[in-house]
Design a protein around this ligand. Structure first.
Ligand code: NDP
Ligand code: 2IT
Length: 444
């Protein structure tokens, strides 16, 4: 059995009941095969075994008290996956579905994504099975304080720098930061996505969505095309989806549908983003309300139907495995030309193969959504330097990082004879630097 297959088999045996982690590892390791064949020293130094085993996994109890005095206990996670090229970096996800498998798949992806940004950040991820939906601000605050009371002893500005992900936005980062500062007595860049009044960076909030639009636009430019006049479907209506929509619209694309976990809105006239922002960012409401406020729009219960809407570009920006084989086939049948993954691992392995066989330009998450963490690294740089860049400065750097990512994954794919296969291109381009740094550090 070849080295990659053996590592995958062992990984599944040693980590049972972790389907998302198996899925991410399978995609990554299989696409590294041509590189691994050229580097027999990888096997000698058990490089892939070390790469897929987190440096440290922290699991902890998060007890908190609700507004009625009821006591609750959630699970807290921080997976410090790989620090070869910089301090652990990656978001925190608060969602009832969170488990170790999900945090580990996100952490593994994060290692390569962070490497692709070209910035000195290692890979980590964390979160909790806490459900923020329907909780009061005070409940959210008490939960965040309890979570940070444990996590603060494991992180630090040069050790591990968490940020947001699903269910963790500006409000949560504020409460987490307040508790870190109180316990550790240091005002430092230990979290990113901070508010502008206490060390945050302009354009971090917009960065993941804008970055997704920039890299998709670059893929179009390379093919003599642009967003102008294209019909776009975006799933989700959270941080990534909203700012992807904003940038796509400003580049001339027409976004016709978005969703939340209850159902999707189809607005043939083009989504009115001000209404979405009001509902999601101000009122923390549901997409159903969009259809009640904007005439001529349809609301459908359930999410999957969104992928049956004809479009040129699909930008999944909600969660893992939201596009399965059937949805991918529906998109292809309706003529989709570009798929850019704003969410992490939104396409199943079968769905990716449907897209690639059909010649769809498929931009994998670790490249397409890297703008968020890249701008987090820019926030860290500003914190360390006691600097504050303008929106335009940060946005300009973000754009050039996304264009570089596109070029690097494109040329890695060409180098290995699989032109246009950006799954392989992104994995190889990201892994190069990790392999080099891990090798330089010896067996650690
Ligand atoms: P938010 O919490 O702001 O928004 C999440 C959105 O996805 C909401 O619309 C939510 O709907 C929907 N969603 C979540 N879970 C499900 C589900 N199981 N089924 C259907 N819809 C769901 O998160 P973000 O926008 O920050 O994150 C979205 C994706 O982007 C995630 O995959 C995340 O890992 C990824 N990402 C985020 C980055 C960032 O900087 N924030 C950076 C890179 C990637 P509802 O409100 O109903 O739950
Ligand atoms: O998946 C991701 O890249 C994020 N959630 C952002 C991580 C970060 O540290 O900004």
């Amino acid at each position: 059995m070849n080295y990659v297959d053996r590592v995958l088999e062992e990984l599944k045996r040693k980590n049972p009941n972790e389907p998302e982690f198996h899925q991410a590892a399978t995609e990554i390791l299989n696409s590294l095969k041509p590189m691994v064949e050229k580097h027999p020293e990888f096997e000698k130094s058990a490089l892939l075994e070390r790469f897929t085993e987190p440096e440290r996994v922290i699991l902890f109890r998060v007890p908190w008290v609700d507004d009625e005095g009821g006591v609750h206990v959630n699970k807290g996670y921080r997976v410090q996956f790989n620090s070869a090229i910089g301090p652990y970096k990656g978001g925190l996800r608060f969602h009832p579905s969170v488990n170790l498998s999900i945090i580990k798949f996100l952490g593994l992806e994060q290692i390569l994504k962070n490497s692709l940004t070209g910035l000195p950040i290692g890979g980590g991820k964390g979160g909790s099975d806490f459900d923020p939906k329907g909780k009061s601000d005070n409940e959210i605050m008490r939960f965040c304080q309890s979570f940070m009371t444990e996590m603060c002893r494991h992180i630090g500005q040069d050790t591990d720098v968490p940020a947001g992900d699903i269910g963790v936005g500006g409000r949560e980062i504020g409460y987490l930061f307040g508790q870190y500062k109180r316990i550790r007595n240091e005002h430092v860049g230990v979290l990113t996505g901070r508010g502008l009044s206490y060390g945050g960076s302009l354009a971090r909030k917009e960065a993941t969505g804008y970055g997704l639009a920039y890299i998709t636009a670059e893929a179009m430019r390379a093919r003599g095309e642009s967003f102008a006049g294209k019909t776009v479907v975006i799933s989700g209506s959270g941080n990534v989806a909203v700012y992807a929509c904003e940038k796509v619209q400003s580049l001339g694309g027409k976004v016709v549908a978005m969703y939340d976990s209850n159902g999707y809105v189809y607005d043939k006239n083009g989504i009115d983003l001000a209404v979405v922002k009001q509902i999601k960012e101000v009122e923390r409401g549901r997409m159903k309300e969009y259809a009640e406020r904007v005439k001529g729009t349809e609301y459908h219960e359930g999410c999957k139907g969104i992928w049956t809407i004809p479009c040129d570009v699909a930008l999944p920006c909600a969660t893992q495995n939201e596009i399965d084989k059937e949805s991918a086939e529906a998109l292809v049948k309706n003529g989709v030309k570009y798929v850019g993954e704003g969410a992490n691992m939104p396409s199943t392995l079968d769905a990716i193969s449907v897209f690639q066989k059909a010649g769809v330009v498929f931009l994998p998450a670790k490249a397409a959504n890297a703008g968020g963490v890249a701008t987090s690294a820019l926030e860290m740089a500003q914190s360390s330097g006691r600097l504050f860049w303008t929106f335009e400065e940060v946005d300009e750097k973000l754009k050039s990082i996304m264009i570089n990512i596109y070029r690097n994954m494109d040329s890695a794919a060409r180098e290995y004879g699989v032109e246009g296969d950006y799954v392989t291109g992104a994995n190889i381009a990201g892994f190069k630097k990790i392999a080099e740094a891990m090798t330089a550090h010896g067996i650690v």
